[in-house]
Write a protein that binds this ligand. Structure first.
Ligand code: HEM
Ligand code: HEM
Length: 453
């Protein structure tokens, strides 16, 4: 078997299937973590799935494995299509695909064995970091060469976002993981907290957010069957997200003894984020105006539309919770976990799934195996995610209230127990959706010819 086989869109197909598989594994890991929060002794304290480890396995699998693979796969479709030029090298693409999956697999094994650098979203140990950096460099090189040979002169905004994402993510990953310090992957003291959240924030900003926006910008006009409302607005959104989003990671550590000027920049920038966010959303929604019927008749359009609504909600909540007075209540509570799921699953994840279902028929040349299963997956995830939002936000407010009243943590735990049970139950919907998705995506790629999409 030639794993580097040169076939059109082979890289994209590989990334889309990987995303589906990692979504199943990652959701199940999240479910195990959720069960442990309901009944800590139930799973018998098995070391490799102890909460501290399974949580890191969950976040790495769902973020890089599920959402990351889908977005990178989508980028491998968007770049050649928008530039009207075949991808420079499917072999390099395949090499990135296999190295990416190897890095994620190695990440799961090492994290389960307890090898971690313990900085959020930067847990993977040094050799794996190097693997990830190599993948990012390979993808960037492949896109750059495709750009050089392009037949299309006009660079649609999705191309700007994709190329920008890979430049930024490479440097964010390099500096954020302090790769020059293999032992710890960190620097010392408070500057490390600032660096860690420069990383944690910018990986969300310039990997997940910008790639998801690139996908939404591509899919919405096609599904709505009308040109983008405004190319000028799309570029204003692009440059303002670069200006506003890149240096506000300190809003994650407002309550740490970090320099005040840095906090002031973080909070004002967080409010300024409303400019790029609303610019993108207004542009997408005005493109859809009067055409919601088209969007909702297409499962890919539905996913991307729902993603855009979650983007709005996440980004209204974000500036609010960056205010010190609000964060005093919400920080260190499930409110933030709710926000994280809204952003990564509701916005980036649902948009990425829209990308998957949009691209699959176009790279296989036949309809989806089952549009109905995709629709069921959509509803399971939408209901599960909405439930997560309600349950985790409520639990967070109860915790925050206890926090402000000086209650000790163990007194609050019984009060949020019901919410933890509900969260675990809702997780079954999302994990179920992931399993259905894997089956559907696998069958769309390798199964018999499907029904109409
Ligand atoms: C498949 C899509 C999912 C995505 C993209 C996702 C994403 C995330 C992220 C980003 C975090 C870190 C939160 C933070 O640090 O604030 C997290 C934590 C967590 N997620 Fe998920 N998640 C997904 C599905 C699930 C499912 C199905 C469950 C099952 C109930 C689940 C349960 C958890 C738990 C228990 C935590 C740890 C929360 C804590 O430390 O208090 N997640 N997830
Ligand atoms: C206007 C845009 C946004 C602003 C101003 C914002 C602000 C914030 C703030 C202040 C926190 C820290 C809360 C705390 O620890 O008390 C946070 C956490 C988080 N945000 Fe956002 N957010 C925005 C959009 C997004 C988006 C679009 C995503 C996902 C694509 C996202 C993902 C996350 C995640 C995963 C965390 C949890 C980090 C952790 O583990 O502690 N955010 N956000």
């Amino acid at each position: 078997m030639n794993i580097l086989k040169d076939e059109p869109y082979g890289t994209t197909k590989g990334f889309l299937l990987s995303s589906a598989a990692w979504m199943v594994a990652g959701s199940l890991a999240g479910f195990i973590g959720a069960v442990e929060m309901v009944a800590p002794e139930l799973l018998g304290n098995i070391p490799w799935i102890a909460f501290g480890r399974i949580r890191q396995i969950h976040t790495n699998l769902v973020m890089f494995g599920f959402v990351g693979s889908a977005l990178v796969g989508a980028a491998h479709y968007l770049v050649p299509t928008l530039l009207r030029t075949p991808l420079h090298s499917e072999r390099i693409g395949k090499a990135s695909l296999w190295s990416w999956n190897l890095a994620i697999t190695a990440g799961v094994v090492t994290l389960s064995l307890g090898y971690t650098q313990n900085r959020e979203y930067a847990e993977l140990i040094w050799p794996i970091d190097i693997g990830v950096l190599i993948v990012l460099a390979l993808v960037f090189y492949n896109f750059l060469q495709t750009l050089r040979r392009r037949k299309e002169n006009l660079l649609y905004v999705s191309i700007w976002y994709i190329v920008g994402s890979f430049v930024f993510t490479f440097f964010t990953y390099f500096f954020g993981n302090a790769v020059w310090n293999p032992e710890t992957g960190s620097i010392i003291g408070i500057p490390d907290a600032v660096l860690a959240w420069f990383y944690g924030h910018n990986i969300i900003a310039f990997f997940f957010t910008t790639l998801a926006v690139a996908v939404a910008y591509y899919i919405i006009p096609i599904v709505a069957r009308t040109p983008l409302y405004s190319h000028t607005l799309s570029l204003i959104g692009f440059w303002t997200i670069l200006i506003m989003y890149s240096h506000i990671g300190t809003h994650h550590i407002i309550q740490a003894p970090v320099q005040t000027w840095l906090k002031v920049i973080a909070v004002t920038g967080s409010i300024g984020m409303l400019i790029p966010v609303l610019t993108v959303l207004v542009n997408l929604w005005l493109t859809m105006r009067g055409r919601l019927g088209n969007i909702h008749a297409d499962v890919a359009g539905k996913f991307v539309f729902a993603g855009s609504v979650w983007y709005l909600l996440t980004c209204l909540q974000g500036p609010l919770q960056s205010l010190p007075s609000v964060q005093r209540l919400t920080h260190f509570t499930n409110w933030v976990v709710g926000h994280a799921h809204m952003g990564i699953l509701g916005f980036a994840g649902m948009t990425a799934l829209g990308g998957v279902y949009f691209i699959l028929p176009r790279v296989t040349g036949r309809s989806l195996y089952s549009a109905r299963l995709a629709d069921i997956q959509y509803w399971l995830i939408l209901i599960g995610m909405t439930g997560f939002f309600v349950v985790l936000t409520t639990a967070g407010l109860i915790q925050g209230n206890g926090w402000l009243n000086g209650e000790v943590v163990y007194r609050i735990l019984p009060e949020i127990h019901l919410y933890m049970v509900l969260r675990a139950s809702l997780g079954i919907l999302i994990a179920g959706g992931a399993i259905i998705g894997l089956y559907n995506i696998f069958m769309s790629l390798y199964g018999p010819k499907g029904e109409t999409s």
